[in-house]
Design a protein around this ligand. Structure first.
Ligand code: BJW
Length: 279
C-alpha cells in the first residue's frame, strides 16, 4: 500500500473513532487493543523497577549484568544476578496485583482482540490468567541453551551448573534479552501495531528502551489512539493522546472498568436501536 493510501486509511479510522480512547462500537472492524507493560506494573507486587531511585540499575551497572559482553567477561556474576531474581520471583509474597488481574479480565470481556506485550521477564501476567501475551524481553523462569538453542523451564538458582534437557550441554544462559540483542516476537508485534490496533496503552514503563519506546508512535501512525498509564509523567507523555498518572493498581482497574462499562452501554444502545422482528 502506498503512503498516501495508508495515511487516508489511518485518517478514516481515526475519524470513525469516538473520543474515549479505544472505545469503538460493537461490531466494528477488529477494535484491537495492544497493551505494553513495563516494570511499573509489577512494582506493587514487590518487584523493583529498573530506573526508579530504588530500581535495579541504582544497585548494579547495566554494563556489568545486562549485556552479552558482560556475560562473556564474567558469566558467574551475570548468572548470580539472575539466580537471585529467579529465586525472588518464587517467593510466595510475590503475586500478581490488581493491575495484572484487571488486564486479564479485560482480555476475557473485551469483544475485540487484546494483546499484552510485556517488557517484563516476570510471569505475573500469566499467573493472573492473561491469555494473549508476548514476552518481548524474555522470561526469567526459562533458560536458553547456547549449544542447541533449546528454551526450557528453569525455576531456581544454579543455572550455571545445570545441563540442557535437550542436548545435555552445560551451556545454559538466562532466557532474557540484553542490550544489543534482538527483542523477541517483533514481527508479530509489528503486525498488531500496524493492522489490528485501535488503542495502544502503555502501563508502567519509562519509555527509555527501544524498540518498545517507539511502539506508541508506530500505532498512532497507523490510526490508533494512545494512552499512557504511569506513576508519573515520562519523556514520552506528550506524544500520547491521553495520559493518566498514579499507581498501576488504581489506574488500570479503573480504566478497564471504564472500557467494559462503555462496551456494555454501546451494546445495549445498539440492541435498543435494532427493530424487533416478529415471526
Ligand atoms: C509505576 C509504578 C507503579 C513505578 N505504577 N507505574 C540509542 C538510541 C536508540 C536506541 C538505542 C541507542 N543505543 C542503544 C539503543 C538500543 C537499546 C536501547 O534502547 N538503549 C537505550 C537505553 C538508549 N535497545 C536494545 O539494545 C534492545 N535491542 C535492540 O534495540 O535491538 C535492535 C532492534 C531495533 C529495532 C527492532 C528490533 C531490534 C534490547 C533491549 C533489552 C532491554 N533489556 C532489559 C533487561 C531485560 C532482562 C532483565 O530483566 O534483566 O529490559 S533492560 C530493562 O529496561 C528491562 C526492561 O524491560 C526495560 C524497560 O524498562 P521499563 O519496564 O520501562 O522500566 P523502568 O524502570 O525504566 O520504568 C518503570 C516505570 O514505571 C517508570 O516510569 C515509573 O515511574 C513507573 N512506575 N512504579 C505505575 N506502582
Amino acid at each position: 500500500m502506498d503512503q498516501q493510501k495508508q495515511q487516508s486509511r489511518a485518517q478514516g479510522r481515526q475519524e470513525d473513532r469516538r473520543e474515549t480512547p479505544g472505545i469503538v462500537g460493537p461490531g466494528s472492524n477488529a477494535p484491537g487493543l495492544v497493551i505494553l507493560t513495563g516494570a511499573g506494573i509489577s512494582r506493587e507486587s514487590g518487584l523493583a523497577t529498573f530506573r526508579d531511585p530504588d530500581g535495579l540499575w541504582a544497585k548494579v551497572r547495566v554494563e556489568d549484568v545486562a549485556t552479552p559482553q558482560a556475560f562473556a567477561r564474567d558469566p558467574a556474576r551475570v548468572q548470580a544476578f539472575y539466580d537471585a531474581r529467579r529465586v525472588q520471583l518464587r517467593d510466595p509474597a510475590i503475586q500478581p496485583n490488581a493491575a495484572h488481574h484487571a488486564l486479564a479480565h479485560l482480555a476475557r470481556e473485551h469483544p475485540g482482540p487484546v494483546l499484552v506485550v510485556t517488557q517484563n521477564v516476570d510471569d505475573l501476567h500469566e499467573r493472573a490468567g492473561q491469555s494473549r501475551l508476548l514476552h518481548m524481553h524474555g522470561e526469567l523462569a526459562k533458560a536458553r541453551c547456547l549449544n542447541c538453542n533449546e528454551v526450557s523451564p528453569f525455576e531456581r538458582a544454579g543455572l550455571a551448573g545445570a545441563s540442557c534437557p535437550a542436548c545435555s550441554a552445560k551451556a545454559l544462559r538466562p532466557h532474557v534479552v540484553w542490550f544489543g540483542e534482538m527483542p523477541l516476537h517483533m514481527d508479530e508485534i509489528e503486525c498488531w501495531l500496524t493492522s489490528s490496533c485501535s488503542l495502544f496503552v502503555a502501563v508502567g514503563t519509562s519509555g527509555q528502551v527501544h524498540p518498545a519506546a517507539g511502539f506508541a508512535e508506530t500505532a498512532r501512525a497507523h490510526g490508533a489512539r494512545t494512552l499512557e498509564l504511569n506513576l508519573e509523567p515520562t519523556e514520552l507523555t506528550r506524544s500520547f493522546d491521553e495520559a493518566r498518572h498514579g499507581p498501576a493498581t488504581e489506574l488500570v482497574p479503573a480504566w478497564v472498568d471504564e472500557v467494559i462499562r462503555l462496551h456494555v452501554a454501546l451494546a445495549t444502545d445498539e440492541q435498543a436501536a435494532t427493530p424487533a422482528t416478529h415471526d
